[in-house]
Design a protein around this ligand. Sequence first.
Ligand code: GLN
Length: 244
Amino acid sequence: MDLKICHLYPDVLNLYGDRGNILCMRRRLEWRGVGCEITELPLGAADPLTDYDLFFIGGGQDFEQTVLLADLNAGRSDNIRAAAEDGKTFLCICGGYQLLGTGYRTADGQMCEYIGVLDLYTEGSADRLIGNYAFRLGEESGGGIVVGFENHGGRTHLGSGLTPLGTVLKGYGNNGSDGTEGVRYKNVFGTYSHGPALPKNPHFCDHILTTALERKYGRAELAPLNDNAEKTAHRYMCQRLHLN
Ligand code: GLN
């Protein structure tokens, strides 16, 4: 068994150690004897995106998000949409999550017109939503609590047909007002959670890996790991956020 991971835009989208999510996925696969091949696709790299099982897109600042527009509109968004519709797994963080939508108007009023892989849009504001936060994953995303760190000016609103990734327990999530966090569509996971998100949320990491392995092999059962250190980090953050 193996997974082919594509890291999209590693050169421009990588905030707060988002790249650590890739290391975490790779290690948790390798510890179980599952192979993992990582391909980095920077801005402008031609690729039809058909050969990968799992895609990762990190977060970025408004400036980087405008720099990406030409690349997205030159066919990349169509390839991302095709892969998402085909059931490929995506983990997209913050700016990487926003670019799946129809658009993002930055706090400065600059319009990033995305082509809408998903029916969501983002309105920027100078008033940023910052801090450690937590949300409860929906059952279809494995359930349990995710602890993370958010820092975004954007307020994301999901179209009525979309399911959020989870429900905010502490902090702001998608927009600070409707209690939703992130998005789950087919095997696409979008979230505002930096940190990086996965090392201190091993249950969420394994859920994402399982969706990709099941898509590829039909069945996947990940053997348990000794992740006491990861669970301790998770518990510690839950305590700091007064969740237990
Ligand atoms: N620039 C976007 C915002 O401020 C995304 C930020 C991020 O990726 N942390 O909303």
